[in-house]
Design a protein around this ligand. Sequence first.
Ligand SMILES: [Zn+2]
Length: 192
Amino acid sequence: MIRNLAQGIRVFTSNAFLVDGETTALVDAGANFDVVPKIREFTDSLDAVYLTHTHPDHIGNVDAVRDAFDVQTWGYDTGNLAVDKRIDDGERIQIGDDVYEAVHTPGHKDDHLCFFSRGAGVCFAGDLVFANGGFGRTDLPEGDRGALVESIDRLHEIVGDDLTELHTGHGPSVTTRPKDDIDLAAKAARTR
Ligand SMILES: [Zn+2]
């Protein structure tokens, strides 16, 4: 089961997805709200925290989650203090009941990863794309529109026709033809 613990929270935070099953993991930690009791509503232990990237709104709660659950964090760049363990492009990780492939997708930030499970049809897209053709901003440090477009195209190709659920770093998840939303984002990022 995938739950967005940041749902309905009105502060500057990313979404934070608690995924349970064979392993229990948090995908992005969120920021500026107390995520620990929200995790405890569903589980007493966490096996891992996976970070799509290390912007403050995604990692602000990392220390609180580490302290409360004695858990390590995984991401692309261990040079960032929020990341304990490195995940490479193409590496496979277990989240909940499913195996996900990490897809390095720079453009919004250099260390950005998406996580895609072909078996489950689920993608955690971080701040690469959002519902209705939204896409990650590229006006911050490390932002690069050309790289973002390439990353969206790459994700689009990798998910193929196997995507049924798109969970993004901000805003609502997409469960109706989510590949169309990636398609729209690819077009919008080229023109806007
Ligand atoms: Zn971001």
